[in-house]
Design a protein around this ligand. Sequence first.
Ligand SMILES: *Cc1c(COP(=O)(O)O)cnc(C)c1O
Length: 430
Amino acid sequence: MNQSEALFAEAQKVMPGGVNSPVRAFQRVGGNPIFFKKGKGAYLYDEDDREFVDYVGSWGPMILGHAHPQVISSIKAAADNGLSFGAPTAIETELAKKICSIMPSIEMIRMVNSGTEATMSAIRIARGFTGRDKIVKFEGCYHGHSDSLLVKAGSGALTLGEPDSLGVPSSFAEKTLTLEYNNPDQVREVFSQAGDEIAGIIVEPVAGNMSCIPPEKGFLECLREVCDEYGALLIFDEVMTGFRVALGGAQSLYGIQPDLTTLGKVMGGGMPVGAFGGRRDIMHSVAPLGAVYQAGTLSGNPIAMTAGLETLKLIEAPGFFETISENTQSLMASLQSLADSAGIPFTTNQVGGMFGFFFSDTDRMTNFSQVMSSDTGAFVTFFNTMLEQGISLAPSPFESGFVSAAHGQTEFSKTEAAAKSAFEALQQGV
Ligand SMILES: *Cc1c(COP(=O)(O)O)cnc(C)c1O
């Protein structure tokens, strides 16, 4: 038994599934999850001292690579001054100003501790501000695990949503309509029937939780139009895409201004951070200015704010996103040509430093049902063959991959060599 196996056995005695977030348990890919003890740049090191090129990046935050020296030294210095005061600090305002300047649609912002908290609060604001209860979301998008958002589609677009977890009251789920991603006609239809009951639309402007699915031309534009027409709020959940697909997030890339934006992941530089923000008049409805209640004992934590601010300062460097985007694109091109040579049906998506790959003969993956019909068995073989060769991909075909600024030619060459043998394994039906 190796160290990870021994540690997993112990973990399972005291934590459900041995983990603190389900996907970490490796259930979709079989085998034992790997316990890591250290990260540096593009690499992770496990408890058995094996080295992995990491494309998970803690599910997105680590855009600078692991343990970036400037981020680490800044949080060490901040820690010397104490970990938490539960009172205002200068660093919160500094980070808030930085984010408002990078994302002009955010005129005011509030810091929270996770993406889940950010989206949950944004939904409450949309409801409080509009005086309406219904929310529209899209199949395959993930917005954290709050009750209103753990909802799947009913039998038809216009039927009531159903809980996507035990413990979510159906009376909550009924308020959430789940539509098909990249299907503007369906959005128009739903609004034409129930537009005056809808508080807002929440969407991942590039979907990153059904692997990576970019918006088709006209989709985000349609969302903006119907929200304007019916007085609903457009919420871009940029927890994953903010500071990842471009410095200014998907909203800068596609030129659409949401009313509210939720953030997390990169903005905390690896610390537990989230935020929501947007139009000043809407944010005025948040307590203590307004009557929409929201609070947090550790919100705006000085260590977390420091890690976030330091990260944003580093990724603002000219050319940062051009490089990460080109690197990610060329990695996907290499994987595609290796798959083509091996005769494996395969397709990829990429936006900025975010990617998805699919074992499918569909040319363009645009929605959840296409992703669901891809060959997940082939994914499992590919994943495990890559892992054996020291390449760590997300342990699920429904997650995005991430390239960091620390990934360079050495790491891409290792990845390509491993992928060549993984595609060959698939070709031979291993
Ligand atoms: C990760 C994620 C969340 C949830 O964030 P947590 O910090 O895990 O609570 C919400 N929305 C999107 C788009 C995400 O990718």
